[in-house]
Design a protein around this ligand. Structure first.
Ligand code: 5AD
Ligand code: SF4
Length: 423
């Protein structure tokens, strides 16, 4: 979501005749887009702002946007008095106001709704992989998570607005659409005639666009994986056989304290249904280790579930206490050294599973999407349907095919090697 927000900010400034510079020292405006989901990123923001202040041109405008801006509010101006603007994740469309009135201080951290999407200019050329936000905020209240506070309650965008953006992206260069939302499969929009649209309706309407070759969505909440959506994996070949559906922990006790109200059985049942719909589907997850009160045996259950589901492309984090969250006040916070040790064990396991899966891909042919040349310029980087990176040796100097059938020839934990197949 932050990557998407940064694009839109860049496009907004682009529309006003500005362009990106290589270094902070050359810039007329410097915007730090921030994430507050874990403490480490938040801590870096203010030291980075201090560095920017000391490097920038004296009259350059600078400020922060995003979740740390919302979290810090007016306090940000106290910590760094030179700041010109502090804008939350729902109000960055107001950035041009500071260009018009550079001598003021601009502060807006409201959770105003989704008006920013209507106020931002359309992009002139869409990226090959285009993110389309369909909902923002979250109604789940996981006890560790700051998102309901920083991004607010869940709001779904109008079906017609999403489809307008999707069609515009398709017409101006998008080949892959990734629908975005903190709780993307909770998408639900009822129009003025009382007709309700779900994520499955967006997928179906996008799949008929000839320019669009691949569709995916992230991030999904397990209990909102409804049958209509699962069925899309059976009926829509453009929907990639890859799904991010975080389990967070494999321990029922920890899940309860996280306020994630599903049982392991019901979670695994959803995966069974997904595999019945699309036998080659692979699942990715986010994991938190060292949640308050997590015992060795709780942690082992997380490692067990990772092995059992064979998650690929997963993310694992040490639990980080966040302001405004219930878990930060829970007893039995886990010491840092134990969190670190558990993370290393889980990461090791996830890497092993990834390596195994990558090796199983050898000799398979997959339709992959080109992301451009590698650093040496001798190879092309492709992305498989499972989001693995695949390195292919360039044969000619001609512009690469955006989509190509690639036979996988070698694999390690981090990437694949492949060659073009003539079809
Ligand atoms: N500590 C550690 N990880 C967190 N996440 C969210 N909040 C926290 C926290 N307080 C992780 C979850 C989520 C991902 C986006 O970030 O795993 O799925
Ligand atoms: Fe945070 Fe995701 Fe839980 Fe919502 S579902 S509160 S965004 S972790």
């Amino acid at each position: 979501m932050n990557v998407y927000d940064s694009w839109r900010i860049a496009a907004m400034l682009d529309a006003r005749g500005m362009c990106a510079t290589k270094s902070v020292a050359d810039a007329d405006i410097i915007i730090l887009n921030t994430c507050s989901v874990r403490e480490k990123a938040t801590n870096k923001v203010f030291s980075e702002l201090g560095r920017i202040r000391d490097t920038k041109k004296p009259d350059a405008l600078f400020g922060i946007v995003g979740c740390v801006a919302r979290e810090a509010g007016a306090k940000a101006f106290h910590r760094i008095p030179e700041l010109n603007f502090v804008l939350g994740p729902q109000s960055y469309h107001r950035l041009p106001e500071i260009l018009e009135n550079p001598d003021t201080k601009l502060l807006n951290i409201d959770l105003a709704g989704l008006e920013k999407f209507d106020e931002l200019p359309q992009m002139i050329k869409a990226p090959t992989v285009s993110y389309i936000p369909i909902q923002e905020g979250c109604n789940h209240c996981c006890t560790y998570c700051i998102v309901p506070y920083t991004r607010g309650r869940e709001i779904s965008r109008a079906f017609d607005d999403v489809m307008r953006d999707t069609a515009a992206a398709a017409k101006t260069g998008a080949v892959e659409i990734c629908f975005l939302g903190q709780n993307v499969n909770g998408y639900k929009y009822t129009d003025e005639n009382g007709k309700t649209y779900r994520l499955s309706d967006l997928i179906r309407a996008t799949a008929v666009m000839p320019e669009i070759r691949r569709i995916r969505f992230t991030s999904s909440y397990p209990t909102e994986m409804t049958d209509d959506l699962i069925d899309m994996f059976r009926t829509e070949p453009k929907l990639l056989p890859f799904l991010n559906m975080p389990i967070q922990s494999g321990s029922p006790d920890v899940l309860k304290r996280m306020n994630r109200p599903y049982s392991l059985d019901s979670y695994l049942e959803i995966i069974d249904k997904l595999r019945a719909a699309r036998p080659d589907i692979q699942i990715s997850s986010d994991f938190i280790v060292g949640f308050p009160g997590e015992t060795d045996s709780d942690f082992e259950k997380t490692v067990d579930i990772a092995r059992r589901v064979k998650y690929i492309n997963s993310y694992s984090f040490k639990y980080s206490p966040r302001p405004h969250t219930a878990a930060a006040l829970m007893p039995n916070q886990i010491p840092e050294n134990i969190k670190r040790a558990r993370l290393a064990i889980l990461d090791n396991e996830l890497n092993e599973i990834q390596r195994e899966f990558n090796e199983q891909c050898i000799n398979k042919t997959m339709l992959c999407l080109c992301e451009g040349p590698d650093k040496t310029g001798r190879h092309l980087l492709y992305r498989t349907p499972y989001m693995q990176q695949c390195i292919v040796t360039k044969k000619t100097d001609q512009a690469p095919e955006t989509m190509a059938q690639i036979k996988i020839t070698a694999a390690n934990r981090a990437s694949l090697r492949g060659e073009f197949v003539k079809d």
